[in-house]
Design a binder for this molecule. Structure first.
Ligand SMILES: Nc1ncnc2c1ncn2[C@@H]1O[C@H](COP(=O)(O)OP(=O)(O)O[C@H]2O[C@H](CO)[C@@H](O)[C@H](O)[C@H]2O)[C@@H](O)[C@H]1O
Length: 488
C-alpha cells in the first residue's frame, strides 16, 4: 500500500515540535505493516541543504501564482517529495515565523501551496506513481483534501490533528487567491465564524479524522477543549479516532544516545549522576545532591509554564535544581526568569531550541515537569520515562493515559510511573511537586518509579497497526466513500 503523508515538519530534517517526531518516525513503523509512506514537505533552506541527491519529478508553472518543482529524495530511511518553491520557502527564520518571532505574512499561501501540490500528486500529476491513500497532518496540510475533492480525486484521506489550537484561520477574501470556488465558503466546508479555517476544511473533507490519544479524541468533543471546532467534530464523531503516539526507540535510547556524556540503562541508572553533573555545568548551576526538575517545552499557556514559574520554588526550597529550556511567550519567559533570579545558581531558564540539549536534559534530570492545560498526546513525558526521569504531569489528554499516578495502590501494585495532578492549576501543580519531592527522599520508591517507567514501552508498533487498519479499511471501502462524504 502506498501512502502520501503531507506535513510541514519532519524529523530529522525540520522540527519545531512533536509533529515532526511523529511524521518522521511513523513511516518506519508502518513499513512492517506493509505500508510504504512517501512524505511530502516544503523545501525550506535547511531541507534543501541537507538533502543529498534529488531528482526533479514535476514542475508547476502556476502554483497559486508561483513557480515550483517537486523533487524525489531519500533521507536515512525516509522517502520524500520535497516541494521547492523559492518564493514561498527560501527565507530565513523557522517554518512558520521569521527571525523576530513574527508569523511569515504569507503562511496562508505557503501551506495552501503545499496542499495544492499534494492534491495534484494524489490526482495523478506524477507519471507512474499515485498513492492509495493520503494522510494529512494539522492545518498546514488540511487543505489537501479540499483541493483533492475539487479536482475530482476520490482517494481516501486521513487527517490527523496534532494540536487543535492551531487552525489556519484567514480572511474570507483569500478564496480567489487560493483558487477555491465561492461554493466552498460554506458552513459545511471552509467557512468559520466569517473567516476561512483550513483545519475545518480538512475536517469536513477527510474520510477519517484521527488525533493523538483516545482521551484527547473525547476531550475535543467538548466546548472546553474543542477550540470552536467541537460542533464540527461532534458531527463527524463516527469518523473520529484517537491513537496514542509512539516514540522512536532508536533516536531516544539512553544506552546509545550520542548526546549523553555517559550512556546507561535500567541496570546502570547510577550513571545518570554523571549526566546530571554535566547538565548542571552546561546550565551554569551550582553542583548539588538535590533533585533536578526540568522542563523542555514551548513556553506557552498550553504547556502551563506560567504555573511552573509560580511553583518552581517548591523544588528550590528543598535544595533541588530547576532547569527550563524552551522558547515562546515573552511574559512566561520573564515570569520564569524572575523566579530564577530569586535562586541564583540553582534555577536556569535558557531560551533556545536544540536537540542535543533536549537529550542531555532527559539524560541528567531526575524529574520532568509537564503541567499542560491541554495535551493531545505529549512526547516529552514518554522520553522522560525512557530516560529514567519521573514525569510530573497534569491529568489531561495523552498525559492522563501514558503516565500512571504514584498513588498507594499503584505503588504497591508496582505499576506507577509518575505524578499526575488535577485540577490543572497552580495549587494542583504545587501539591504534585511536593508529592514528587517527598518520594524522591525515599530512595527505594524513587528507584521503583524510575524502573517502572523505563519498562514502559511506547514504541510505535501497536499504534502503527491501528493506522494501518484504518488505511486498509478505507482502501477496501474506497468505492463507496464518495457517496458517504458529507461534502461532495
Ligand atoms: N527547547 C527545545 N529544544 C529542543 N527540543 C524541544 C524543545 N522544546 C520542545 N522540544 C521538543 O519538541 C517536542 C515536543 O513534543 P510534544 O509532543 O511534547 O509537544 P508539541 O506541542 O510540540 O506537539 C503537538 O503534537 C504532538 C505530536 O502529535 C503531540 O504529542 C502534542 O501533544 C501536541 O501538542 C519534543 O520532541 C521535545 O523534545
Amino acid at each position: 500500500m502506498k501512502v502520501l503523508s503531507v506535513t510541514s515538519e519532519l524529523f530529522p530534517l525540520i522540527k519545531t515540535g512533536g509533529l515532526a517526531d511523529v511524521t518522521g518516525s511513523l513511516p518506519k513503523a508502518l513499513l512492517s505493516c506493509g505500508v510504504d509512506t512517501t512524505s511530502m514537505l516544503p523545501g525550506y533552506p535547511v531541507v534543501m541543504q541537507t538533502l543529498g541527491e534529488r531528482m526533479p519529478l514535476v514542475s508547476f508553472d502556476n502554483l497559486l501564482g508561483e513557480r515550483a518543482t517537486l523533487y524525489h529524495a531519500r533521507h536515512e530511511d525516509l522517502e520524500l517529495f520535497v516541494l521547492d518553491c523559492p518564493a514561498l520557502f527560501a527565507r530565513d527564520g523557522g517554518p512558520y515565523i521569521d527571525g523576530n518571532g513574527t508569523d511569515h505574512p504569507d503562511n496562508w499561501k505557503r501551506f495552501a501551496a503545499l496542499s495544492r501540490a499534494a492534491a495534484e500528486v494524489a490526482n495523478g500529476a506524477l507519471a507512474g506513481w499515485t498513492p492509495d491513500l493520503v494522510h494529512t497532518h494539522d492545518w498546514q496540510a488540511a487543505l489537501t483534501s479540499v483541493y483533492m475533492r475539487e479536482l475530482g480525486c476520490n482517494l481516501p484521506v486521513v487527517l490527523t490533528i496534532h494540536n487543535l489550537a492551531f487552525q489556519g484561520q484567514y480572511g474570507a477574501d483569500r478564496m480567489d487567491a487560493l483558487g477555491l470556488g465561492q461554493h466552498l465558503y460554506s458552513t459545511d466546508c471552509l467557512e468559520y465564524f466569517g473567516d476561512i479555517s483550513y483545519l475545518k476544511g480538512g475536517l469536513q473533507t477527510a474520510d477519517v479524522i484521527t488525533t493523538v490519544s483516545p482521551t484527547y479524541a473525547r476531550e475535543i468533543l467538548t466546548a472546553r477543549f474543542g477550540m470552536g471546532l467541537d460542533g464540527v467534530l461532534n458531527e463527524r464523531v463516527m469518523s473520529l479516532r484517537g491513537i496514542v503516539n509512539g516514540i522512536d526507540l532508536d533516536v531516544w535510547n539512553p544506552s546509545t544516545d550520542p548526546y549523553l556524556p555517559r550512556n546507561y540503562d535500567s541496570t546502570t541508572l547510577k550513571r545518570k549522576r554523571e549526566n546530571r553533573s554535566a547538565l548542571m555545568e552546561r546550565f551554569g548551576l551550582e553542583q548539588g545532591d538535590g533533585p533536578v526538575f526540568s522542563a523542555v517545552t514551548r513556553l506557552t499557556w498550553q504547556k502551563g509554564m506560567d504555573m511552573f514559574a509560580d511553583t518552581a520554588d517548591e523544588v528550590l526550597h528543598q535544595g533541588g535544581r530547576v532547569i527550563v529550556f524552551g522558547q515562546g511567550d515573552a511574559a512566561i519567559q520573564e515570569a520564569l526568569r524572575q523566579t530564577a533570579a530569586r535562586f541564583p545558581g540553582r534555577m536556569a531558564v535558557h531560551v533556545g531550541y536544540d536537540e542535543p540539549t533536549a537529550h542531555l536534559i532527559h539524560g541528567g534530570s531526575d524529574a520532568i515537569v509537564q503541567p499542560s492545560r491541554f495535551e493531545p498526546c505529549g512526547l516529552t513525558q514518554l522520553y522522560a520515562l525512557r530516560y529514567g526521569c519521573v514525569p510530573v504531569v497534569s491529568r489531561t489528554g495523552g498525559l492522563s493515559e501514558t503516565i500512571i499516578d504514584a498513588n498507594d495502590a499503584a505503588m504497591s501494585a508496582r505499576v506507577a510511573t509518575g505524578f499526575q495532578f488535577h485540577p490543572v492549576n497552580t495549587d494542583g501543580l504545587r501539591l504534585a511537586l511536593r508529592r514528587a519531592l517527598d518520594t524522591y527522599g525515599d530512595t527505594r520508591n524513587w528507584a521503583r518509579l524510575q524502573n517502572q517507567g523505563m519498562k514502559t514501552r511506547f514504541s510505535w508498533e501497536r499504534s502503527a497497526e491501528k493506522y494501518a487498519a484504518i488505511y486498509n479499511n478505507l482502501i477496501c471501502r474506497s468505492e463507496e466513500l464518495p457517496e458517504q462524504r458529507r461534502y461532495r
